[in-house]
Design a protein around this ligand. Structure first.
Ligand SMILES: Cc1ncc(COP(=O)(O)O)c(C=O)c1O
Length: 377
């Protein structure tokens, strides 16, 4: 927020904001999908009141969303789902549930989204962090991740980014996901997937491949899901939580816990966003146009990442690693000093870790950013 204020106050006309956590189009503007606008019109014309929703939210939304995330082959009977206030709301409810019923230890591979430690510490967790970014080679340090997990107490919960890792853009390969699944099963570690960027990486189904694989392997698992980015519904606060019941625990028992958690916090989730999402998912034509719009977003982000990497090629540093990263974010490999110089000299804003929001790049500023970075190398 402080960085955004500083950016807005900066009078330099060429300024570029790569620090945000939201998608911007090629003109640097926020996006509302046409499919979502059409769903809004459809809802408006069949006005169906403003009553409170059930505690667990919109059943139609939950059914369609679960199918979209886990695939058509999942079985509803083994799952518990509830609509939440964005992905953050899902994380926070899951944290409260897990802390009281499952485990007080959260294994948090780092770096991660800065809100993760805040949410889980607040919920009373003991955090065990595993440092698994290889800064020299700009890669996921998979062996550090595995050895950290092997040392974790059995029964702990492990937070994993389902795809498009925030902040690094580095996801395990599918083979590595399979290894993780196996290791976590053997050591009785429970996965908690944070899935906030499905559709921004390779394609809709590939981005859910890790989640679906863990689900097929029968893990007792938790998912905190956000539709903020992939439906571009940020302020509508649309998310959901999903969990598979441990053997011997019925989803009715789990439901009683969650209903109490939700009732005591905010009573029922907001109406409009879930209704909008459900309308997009319900209509085959809206759903197909939404997926096309999301593909266009993904292609634009990938194109910008490609142009950044290519623009920096042949400079004194190798930036080919950028092409391996996926999603909205990229760990640029720039040092805190370089980040400061970019801001002071060129009005280019990014996080001090070097994380950039690739969607902050567009045809009007890409050359400016490339030249500014090259001037520091
Ligand atoms: C990794 C990650 N998880 C969860 C969220 C939360 O999303 P929401 O805005 O739906 O609460 C975000 C949002 O930036 C995120 O980056």
């Amino acid at each position: 927020m402080a960085m955004q204020m500083a950016f807005l106050a900066d009078p330099r006309p060429d300024k570029v904001n790569l620090s945000l956590g939201v998608y911007k189009d090629s003109l640097g503007l926020p996006t509302v999908f046409e499919s979502v606008r059409a769903a809004e019109v459809a809802i408006h014309s069949s006005f169906s009141g403003k009553e409170y929703q059930p505690i667990e939210g919109n059943a139609q939304f939950l059914k369609s969303a679960t199918g979209l995330v886990l695939g058509a082959a999942h079985s509803d009977s083994e799952l518990y789902t509830a609509q939440t206030i964005g992905g953050s709301g899902a994380l926070s409810l899951l944290a409260a549930f897990i802390r009281s019923e499952i485990s007080k230890t959260l294994i948090l591979p780092q770096p991660s989204w800065p809100n993760h430690p805040i949410i889980f510490r607040r919920a009373g967790f003991e955090l065990q962090e595993i440092s698994c970014y290889d800064a020299v080679n700009h890669r996921l340090d998979f062996s550090a991740l595995c050895s950290g997990l092997l040392q974790a107490p059995a029964g702990s919960v492990v937070l994993l980014h389902a795809c498009c890792h925030n902040p690094t853009g580095l996801d395990p390969s599918f083979e590595q996901w399979c290894e993780l699944s196996d290791l976590m099963k053997r050591h009785r570690l429970l996965p908690l997937f944070d899935c906030a960027y499905q559709g921004f990486g390779s394609d809709w189904d590939s981005d859910a491949r890790a989640l679906r694989y863990f689900y097929e392997q029968g893990h007792e698992m938790f998912i905190a899901y956000s539709f903020s980015k992939n439906l571009s519904l940020y302020g509508e606060r649309v998310g959901m939580l999903l969990l598979t019941a441990a053997p011997g625990t019925s989803s009715a028992v789990i439901g009683t816990h969650f209903k109490e958690l939700i009732r005591s916090r905010y009573s029922t989730p907001p109406l409009h966003g879930g209704r909008l999402a459900a309308e997009v998912f319900r209509s085959p034509s809206l759903c197909a146009s939404w997926q096309q719009e999301l593909s266009a977003v993904r292609n634009r982000v990938n194109e910008m990442r490609q142009q950044l990497a290519e623009g920096l090629q042949g400079s004194n540093a190798d930036f080919a690693f950028l092409k391996q990263q996926k999603g909205l974010f990229s760990y640029s490999g720039l040092s805190p000093e370089q980040v400061k110089l970019l801001r002071d000299r060129h009005a280019i804003y990014m996080l001090s870790t070097g994380r950039i929001n690739v969607a902050g790049l567009n045809p009007s500023n890409i050359d400016y950013v490339v030249n500014a970075i090259r001037s520091l190398l």
